[in-house]
Design a protein around this ligand. Structure first.
Ligand code: GLP
Length: 246
C-alpha cells in the first residue's frame, strides 16, 4: 500500500480534491465510491470550491455512497443522504440521476442490497473508491467480527460506532439506528483504485495495524492489503505510530 503523509488535514483535502478534479478531467464519466464521516468533509468542501472556480466538472460522473442507516428515509435529517447533500451534492454539478444511495427505508432491505450491487455492476464498477476508517478499523459499516460479508448487506452496528455517529441524531447515541446497510468488503475491494483518508491521533493505532498487522476480520480495513492499488492519505497525527517505519 502506498502511504502519503500530509502536514495537516487541509493540505490533504486540497491535494486529494485537485487529484479527483484532474481525474474527472481525464475521465468525465468517472464512477466514484464515497464515504461519510467527519474525515471527508473538508475534501467535499474543497471539491465544491474547485467546482465554483470552474476546475471540477462532475456533470457526467456517477457516485455510489458506501452505506446508510436502516429505517431512515433519504430526507431524514440524520440520514447519510442528507449529510452528503449538505457537504457535497449541493456544492458540485452531479446529475441527480447518477447519484446512487442505499435506501435504508426500503421495505425489503435484502432486495435493496441486491439492487445496489447490480447498479454498481451496471455502471461498470467503481473506478475510485474513497474511504474513511472507524477507530475500530471498520470501513463503510463493515464492523470487526468473526466473519465479514462480501457483498452489500445489512449490518448490526457496534455501540462505539453508534456513539461516533450520534452527532447526526442530536448527540444521542440511543437515537442512532442499531442497523445499517453497507457495501461489503468484497464490494469495496472490487474498486479499481482505493484511497483511504485518515486524520487525527485517534486513528493512529488502527492505521498502523492496517499497514503492518495481520489481515483479519477483527480489523476489516486490513483486507485492503490484498488490493493492488490502495493509497493511504494521512495527516501527521494519524501517521504518528508509523514514524519509525516509513
Ligand atoms: C462511519 C462511516 C464510515 C466512516 C467512519 C469514520 O461509521 N460509516 O464510512 O469512515 O464513520 O468516521 P469519521 O470520519 O467521522 O471518523
Amino acid at each position: 500500500m502506498k502511504v502519503t503523509v500530509f502536514e495537516n488535514e487541509r493540505v490533504l483535502a486540497r491535494t486529494l480534491a485537485v487529484q479527483i478534479a484532474a481525474t474527472l478531467g481525464q475521465n468525465p464519466s468517472l464512477v466514484l465510491g464515497l464515504p461519510t464521516g467527519r474525515t471527508p468533509i473538508r475534501l467535499y468542501h474543497e471539491l465544491g470550491t474547485l467546482h465554483h472556480a470552474g476546475q471540477a466538472d462532475c456533470s457526467r460522473a456517477t457516485t455510489f455512497n458506501l452505506d446508510e442507516f436502516v429505517g431512515v428515509a433519504p430526507d431524514d435529517p440524520g440520514s447519510y443522504r442528507t449529510f452528503m447533500r449538505e457537504h457535497l451534492f449541493s456544492r458540485v454539478n452531479l446529475d441527480p440521476a447518477r447519484i446512487n444511495f442505499l435506501d435504508g427505508s426500503a421495505a425489503d432491505v435484502d432486495a435493496e442490497c441486491r439492487r445496489y450491487e447490480d447498479a454498481i455492476a451496471a455502471a461498470g464498477g467503481i473506478d475510485l473508491q474513497l474511504l474513511g476508517i472507524g477507530t475500530n478499523g471498520h470501513i463503510g459499516f463493515n464492523e470487526p467480527g468473526r466473519e465479514l460479508v462480501g457483498p452489500t448487506h445489512r449490518v448490526r452496528l457496534k455501540e462505539s460506532t453508534r456513539r461516533s455517529n450520534a452527532g447526526l441524531f442530536g448527540g444521542d447515541p440511543t437515537k442512532v439506528p442499531a442497523e445499517a446497510l453497507s457495501m461489503g468488503v468484497g464490494s469495496i475491494l472490487k474498486a479499481k483504485r482505493i484511497v483511504l483518508i485518515a486524520t487525527g491521533k485517534l486513528k493512529a493505532r488502527c492505521v498502523d495495524r492496517v499497514l503492518n498487522g495481520p489481515i483479519t476480520t477483527r480489523l476489516p480495513a486490513s483486507f485492503l492489503q490484498v488490493h493492488r492499488d490502495v493509497e493511504l492519505m494521512l495527516d501527521t497525527a494519524a501517521a504518528g505510530r508509523l514514524a519509525d517505519r516509513v
